[in-house]
Design a protein around this ligand. Structure first.
Ligand SMILES: O=c1ccn([C@@H]2O[C@H](COP(=O)(O)O)[C@@H](O)[C@H]2O)c(=O)[nH]1
Length: 299
């Protein structure tokens, strides 16, 4: 099946609509494809491009009937240079052909035409590294992401803007306050809300409940409680919220439910990488780990 045959790409459904459909059908678990060197070794795979490819294809095969979304961690493929990136391209293509949405976790961010270059590299369905969505950094300014926002709209793709990341070191910067009292993460969330409102359906043509936006935020499963504590509104503009930190980084469902509050029910896509991948290498064991996580998150 070509990319053009996949529902939601050829017919240009928005990313928000495609993600909402995937979450309704398959739940809120997003499986990370993170081929750490230790995991490759414990799976009996070489730490080379062929090992990455075999690892990624195994995760895709296990995920295809259990979840709707996967998130390859680009860094682990980039480690192996062009051959690693070729493996990533093949794994992403397999995932999309299997009907999975792919979020490339590359955390790109730059200015002007350079940002446009990144956006075309990851969001154009005809590009070798085509993904359905890309993680991006707002630290050159949310406005500097405009070329990526434009590319996302053109290609029916999505962006996840780093908001309140799962690592504790992020808070120095992300919870810093402007003279007017707004936190950096709060300002990023407000700008993403504006962009979702500006790119959404015309007023009067809004289904109820409001659809998911095409532009999301990364908010750690571990750091979600800080949003409410610091007055950061995660519901404005209905951004999908990509939440890493479940499992290996210690966040559990009770903490996420409390931390995300009103957003939990329909906006939060929870990533698990090592928490699932450590169950490998057997495909049936990966499937069992994904099913258990789904039950935990959605049951
Ligand atoms: O704030 C962030 C943003 C991205 N990540 C990425 O998610 C996965 C988490 O892996 P686990 O093994 O489930 O901890 C990984 O690719 C990170 O780079 C994040 O953890 N926090």
């Amino acid at each position: 099946m070509s990319d053009g045959d996949r529902p939601g790409v050829g017919d240009r459904l928005s990313f928000g609509d495609r993600l909402a459909a995937a979450m309704t059908a398959s739940g809120r678990l997003c499986v990370g494809i993170d081929p750490h060197a230790e995991l490759l070794a414990s799976w009996g795979l070489a730490d080379d491009a062929e090992g990455l490819r075999a690892f990624g294809e195994r995760v895709v095969a296990a995920a295809a009937d259990v979840v709707g979304v996967v998130k390859p961690q680009v860094a682990f493929f980039e480690r192996h240079g062009p051959a690693g990136m070729q493996a990533l391209a093949e794994v992403q293509r397999s995932a999309r052909q299997a009907g999975l949405l792919v979020i490339a976790d590359a955390k790109r961010g730059d200015i002007g035409s350079t940002m446009a270059g990144y956006a075309e590299a990851w969001l154009d369905p005809a590009a070798p590294l085509a993904a359905d969505a890309l993680t991006v950094s707002p630290y050159l300014g949310v406005g500097a992401l405009a070329p990526a926002v434009q590319a996302a709209r053109t290609h029916g793709a999505g962006l996840f803007v780093l908001g309140l990341t799962s690592n504790p070191e992020g808070q120095d910067v992300q919870l810093a306050r402007s003279a007017a009292g707004a936190t950096v993460a709060g300002e990023v969330a407000a700008r993403v809300a504006e962009l979702n409102a500006a790119g959404g359906r015309p007023a009067g043509d809004q289904p109820s409940p409001a659809p998911l936006g095409d532009l999301g935020l990364v908010v750690g499963a571990t750091t979600a409680p800080l949003a409410a504590e610091h007055g950061i509104d995660l519901t404005a503009g209905r951004p999908p919220l990509l939440a890493p930190g479940y499992g290996a980084q210690g966040a559990d469902v009770a903490a996420m439910r409390a931390g995300f509050g009103e957003a939990w029910e329909r906006q939060v896509l929870v990533n698990a990488s090592r928490g699932i991948l450590r169950a490998g290498p057997a495909e049936r064991d990966l499937v069992a780990a994904m099913e258990a996580a789904r039950e935990d998150l959605d049951g």
